[in-house]
Design a protein around this ligand. Structure first.
Ligand code: HEM
Length: 441
């Protein structure tokens, strides 16, 4: 049996992807549609997601067409590699993300947040409007740069800052351009030439940082040093420089835009829900009594954590996953042919009325008292199974320290009249930014 077929797909999908997946998911648990010559299946039950990501994960590869673009930049990094290489790299890198290591990054996160809080003071006094999306992007890039390489990547005047911004914008734009998709990245179109130039800058800077570190390893504790020290248990080998480059760029890209979007959506939701905002600010006042949060405080801020979880329910930064079926499989009674693609879609499943009460509402309370009947894959902002996000603990700590540092100092109000619209590119970000005004508390 085949999945329900959804017609008119390519144009409709390109025009409004969120409306498309919402509409498609109402048709049935597995909805098949064609984009060009390729066959895709949107899956929207937690049981099917579990089969794809966990129970039958070996049958679903990350070698999907959507990943081709990312692979141009991230090459053999953890996000885009697969098979034996991925398995070995994940085993090598996992210890760098151990809870104790992540805890040692807390001071960097706290300092960078304090710098932002100070920088905002005159802007708040002057009633200046700022784009919170851009502010969060800069902050999380600063944090990932300092924790990874011990350098500031976020300086927008810097070569690397400009190259990174270019690569991110270009990749996002390409996800919606059918022409770019078919032209690929090799033909020397002006866009491809600019992309190659930006990549050459990133290669030079990351390569330089690696070479410098090989010469002077010192006593550093950033992620790069940890990655350079790891040795494979079986072979005793470290990581070659080309793989280190791929992993470093992967961490920089995977590690900042996602968290920045989660934070931006959280500020937006808080500005629309003053009762939730009051409660989270109250919790911060009680636990912190006016000081900045520390690593230890985070465990004592359950409502703040629920706010973050609920924000990623409504606006999961990675709104859609994709996998390629290696052999035929069956999901919800439908045949998934080898070579076709499946989309487990957090954005759709996180809003399914049969899984969530008041699915469109912003209600952090539901994460304080979770429904014991709720299936594991009703909520999966960090994916699941062996390809689960390696940076989830890092991201949750970072988000809590940033919100805990900012919220007691400032209230952020969405600029009146600005229509907020989620734009599902590589990540789910606000189209036209998130202009907000700061008010000192
Ligand atoms: C709120 C923030 C974040 C979200 C929502 C997020 C989400 C995700 C998701 C959904 C995946 C899996 C994609 C798939 O299954 O196809 C993933 C993978 C990954 N993430 Fe994150 N991420 C976040 C932050 C971070 C951070 C801070 C880092 C690193 C510092 C990071 C590094 C990675 C890497 C390396 C992978 C690939 C893991 C693998 O395949 O083995 N992420 N992330």
């Amino acid at each position: 049996m085949r999945g329900e077929t959804f017609f008119g797909s390519l144009r409709e999908f390109t025009r409004d992807r969120l409306a498309f997946v919402h509409k498609a998911a109402r048709i049935g648990p597995v909805v098949s549609f064609k984009l060009g010559q390729l066959l895709f299946h949107l899956i929207s039950t937690p049981e099917d997601v579990k089969r794809v990501l966990v129970d039958n994960a070996a049958n679903y590869s990350k070698e999907t067409r959507g990943q081709d673009l990312l692979r141009v930049v991230l090459r053999d990094g953890l996000f885009t590699s697969d098979g034996e290489l991925w398995k070995r790299q994940r085993r090598l890198i996992q210890p760098a993300f151990h809870k104790d290591r992540i805890a040692s990054f807390a001071p960097v996160m706290i300092d960078a947040t304090r710098e932002l809080v100070d920088r905002w003071a005159p802007l708040a006094a002057a009633g200046t409007e700022l784009d919170v999306g851009e502010e969060m992007m800069r902050l999380t890039l600063t944090i990932v740069g300092r924790t990874l390489l011990g350098v500031d990547l976020a300086d927008s005047a810097s070569e690397v800052g400009q190259a990174l911004t270019y690569v991110l914008r270009d990749l996002s734009a390409r996800t919606t351009s059918v022409l770019d998709y078919y032209l690929g990245t090799e033909i020397p179109t002006p866009k491809n030439v600019r992309m190659k130039r930006a990549l050459a800058v990133l290669d030079r800077i990351v390569g330089g940082a690696i070479a410098e570190r090989r010469k002077n390893p010192g006593e550093r504790t950033d992620l790069l040093s940890i990655l350079m020290r790891v040795r494979d248990d079986e072979s005793g080998q470290g990581m070659p420089d080309s793989l280190l480059r791929d992993e470093v760029l992967t961490m920089v890209l995977a590690g900042h835009e996602t968290t920045a979007n989660a934070l931006t959506w959280t500020f937006y939701l808080l500005s629309r829900h003053p009762e939730v905002e009051r409660r989270v600010v109250q919790e911060l006042a009680t636990v912190l009594a006016g000081r900045a949060p520390t690593f230890e405080d985070v465990a004592r801020l359950p409502y703040l954590r629920a706010v973050i979880d609920e924000s990623m329910r409504l606006y999961p930064p990675v709104w859609m996953l994709s996998r390629a079926a290696i052999q035929d499989d069956v999901l919800s009674g439908y045949t998934i042919k080898a070579g076709s693609f499946v989309f487990p879609c957090p954005y759709v499943i996180h809003r399914q009325p049969n899984l969530w009460k008041n699915p469109e509402g912003f209600d952090p309370e539901r994460f304080l008292n979770p429904d014991p009947e709720r299936p594991r894959f009703a909520y999966f902002p960090f994916s699941g199974g062996s390809r689960q996000c390696i940076g989830n603990t890092f991201a949750l700590l970072e988000a809590a320290l940033i919100l805990g540092g900012i919220l007691p100092k400032y209230r952020l109000d969405l600029v009146a009249g600005h229509a907020v619209e989620p734009e599902p590119l590589m990540t789910l970000r606000p189209k036209n930014g998130m202009p907000m005004r700061l008010h000192r508390r």
